[in-house]
Write a protein that binds this ligand. Sequence first.
Ligand SMILES: [Zn+2]
Length: 298
Amino acid sequence: MSKIPLPHPVKGPLVAAWNEAHRLGWLARDYASAMACGRAERCSVCGEKRYMFYRRRVIPARLVELWGLTRRQAEALARKESCDCAGCGAKLRARRMAEVLLDLYPTDGRRAPDLRTWARSDEAGAMRIAEINRIDGIHETLENLARFHPSDYIPNAHPGAYVKGLRHEDLARLTYEDDRFDLVLTSETLEHVPDLARALDEVHRVLVPGGLHVFTAPVSPHFAETFPRARLRRDGSIEDLATPIRHPGGDVGYPVFTELGMDFPDWLAHAGFETETRFGPVRDDDLAQVYVSRKPTV
Ligand SMILES: [Zn+2]
């Protein structure tokens, strides 16, 4: 299509229309697939009964090849990274995080039915929450809470600075003071930080005693031990130590610095956390665990 010599004012709208048609085509296919499988359920984030879209294509063949995933693992990973709610867009991993939060933080002595309802409670309004990197669905649900502090990693930004209204935070060098938050949320972030141990230390530092880090991370069942895939040189360039992998494309996306193996809970313990694995254990057919790491009170 791009080879057809079109005058500039015509080409832009045509490309936009082509892209929109493409997007709607995929959406129609997602709805057909969800309806055929009867995948409608009540969403733990928005509370609506909606179709959940399983999209196998979110885990591309190149990532499967580089990571050495079996078919079962690739499908489990696709469920984790899709099964998005048609209403709020929350993926399975975000909806499971919401379920865990509802279990952990009752309102008025009861478990709220969904995160949207929970966010309207006094208890939620009183909580000091840091979201390090946006979590779709959860972010929109919590963003109006007075003590909700979202941030993202913005390359080349000054730590703690705001870029177009968004705060830049590097998980290995947080600018928040000690004992600042009741709850820290991250999702599929730890593997992308060049220094995993330092990132865990930082989360521990900014949590109040008794505070929780609720998060997801891609722990691989076929690796017994956690190991570095890459490290950052002093000049900021990346040195590969094993086969380089990027998420989500394999060759495209964010570089993976640490491959999280089955000994990952030891890393959490070493950072001083008491950790519970929800939706565990890690299995070939279920890779969407939620970790609850607690900073002890003493
Ligand atoms: Zn939803």
